[in-house]
Design a protein around this ligand. Structure first.
Ligand SMILES: [Zn+2]
Length: 76
């Protein structure tokens, strides 16, 4: 007899760099996955955002994977 694999409860989490809104009471935040050249503004209220950390489910960064694969091909 097989048991269904636990899914939602077992997602690994990590401290993730994010930008969070400086406006009190605003829930706006975004992952810091993009290389911002300047401080982003909140998509909710247009306030400036600050760097922060948040525990989030781990994301597989596919771009990095592709780069790593390409690199390994080039190194051969
Ligand atoms: Zn905001």
């Amino acid at each position: 007899m097989y048991f269904r694999k636990k899914s939602l409860e077992d997602i690994p989490t990590e401290d993730t760099a994010i930008w969070s809104c400086t406006q009190e009471g605003c829930i706006g935040w975004m992952r810091d996955n993009f290389a911002f050249e300047h401080v982003p503004t909140c998509w909710q209220c247009n306030s400036p955002m600050i760097r922060s950390m948040k525990i989030l489910p781990m994301l597989v960064n596919k771009n990095t994977d592709i780069k790593a694969i390409k690199k390994s091909i080039m190194i051969g």
